[in-house]
Design a protein around this ligand. Sequence first.
Ligand SMILES: Cc1cc2nc3c(=O)[nH]c(=O)nc-3n(C[C@H](O)[C@H](O)[C@H](O)COP(=O)(O)OP(=O)(O)OC[C@H]3O[C@@H](n4cnc5c(N)ncnc54)[C@H](O)[C@@H]3O)c2cc1C
Length: 465
Amino acid sequence: MADAIALGPVEALIIAPDRLRALLVAEADMGERIMRALILRRVSLIRGGAGGPVLIGPSNSRGVIRLQGFLTRNGHPHHLLDPASDHDANELIARYSPSPTDWPLVVTADGTVLRNPGESELARAMGMIRAIAKDKVYDVAVVGSGPAGLSTAVYAASEGLSVAVCDARAFGGQAGASARIENYLGFPTGISGLALTARAFNQAQKFGADVMIPMTVKSLDCSRADGVFGLKLEDEEVLRARSIVVASGARYRRPEIENLADFEGRGVWYWASPIEARLCADQEVALVGGGNSAGQAAVFLSGHARKVHMVIRGGGLGASMSRYLIERIEAASNIELVFNTEVIALEGAEDTPLERVRWRSRLSGEDSTAEIRNLFLFVGADPATGWLEGCGVMVDRGGFVVTGAQCRKSEGQPVSALETSVPGVFAVGDVRSGSVKRVGASIGEGAQVVAALHDFLGGAAKPAL
Ligand SMILES: Cc1cc2nc3c(=O)[nH]c(=O)nc-3n(C[C@H](O)[C@H](O)[C@H](O)COP(=O)(O)OP(=O)(O)OC[C@H]3O[C@@H](n4cnc5c(N)ncnc54)[C@H](O)[C@@H]3O)c2cc1C
């Protein structure tokens, strides 16, 4: 991103992105300086709330929270003008006279005004998604840009393969939702999932991977009628590639609470990032779940909310949570553990934020209601493999992609540990049957699959070690 105002005569040198990338890779010292400058500048724009699109709307409205969440998770600076507190907002409102359904207004760097845009519309207006060249065939197309997909992209692109990456939502996947990852090698003080994966995202782009976000892959065509695989994208375009890496991870499970959908984005959250934490300042919140992700979120939220009610189906934490998190939860005076309990109802008037949460003891059957405006759900995840239906890729009973020897029937046929039942289609990370479900493991599999890709593609681009 570059915004500049010339105050005097200026000579501008325009360097095309691919030439800049080539320089970053070829000239290591200069590349490091440029990369560092670009990253630090972006961080300072994000911290200062300057640069990028201007969002105009009430800071606690559903649309503003949705777009801020999208921009923040994608590491994109933006500026919010709230009509309640910002004089400038009122001037812009008078100029564009929005109707009630137009909120929030978004003004992009080139002056385009969008009215309550979807994430894809906003991404296109900001240049985050570009049209795919019709005749382009990538060596590898990666579906998902969580740790596994990003790792695949970094290793494959750095070893000379042409790589496309699509993600439906944001880079980082589940790890992007982690307030602090403490068990990833090399970060003794921990690192937020967003910070870790933002580095990988920059690294993948530096090596030339084409990353498209948000871009949902709807289906995979394995017929290879024209010799290559086809990924059907949400905009009906087809991305063509000689090999596919399935890195679509897992999707949050939604517990069966009758009117859950009515409150999603209005008090029901599946993430606990600084955006949601800001909404909980000095309030009582409820959090459902007893695994590591729930534990991390509870500890993080306890630093912002007055009290965190941690609602857990089972009778203890030990079975599903790491020891270090249990100790932190026990040490936090404002986390209350509510064992053997399930949330059964959400209450609030139509079109207003959540007002109350009702839960029921599984032991006594007794109901309790609490004034809770923010409910966090961390109840596990299912594999995101719906888009693979009908293409012949074998999945196990839980829907996870089967790889390696167990998915090839014919005896003696050599098969890579990460290859699926369809030759040329590989799977890495949480989506893979039997995977370890850790950031470190996902990143390792991303590195590992690249050797198999080279073998499949003919070894032409195999690097000298
Ligand atoms: C809150 C939380 C905290 C965690 N903390 C830790 C921790 O401290 N340490 C640790 O080791 N692990 C932790 N984990 C687990 C870790 O994050 C996961 O193991 C890891 O993210 C898996 O990586 P992945 O790339 O395989 O999949 P994911 O991270 O699930 O990424 C998959 C990506 O694919 C995209 N996608 C899915 N379907 C499609 C489609 N059809 N088209 C396009 N894109 C698609 C998704 O949008 C997503 O971005 C945590 C998980 C959570 C939720």
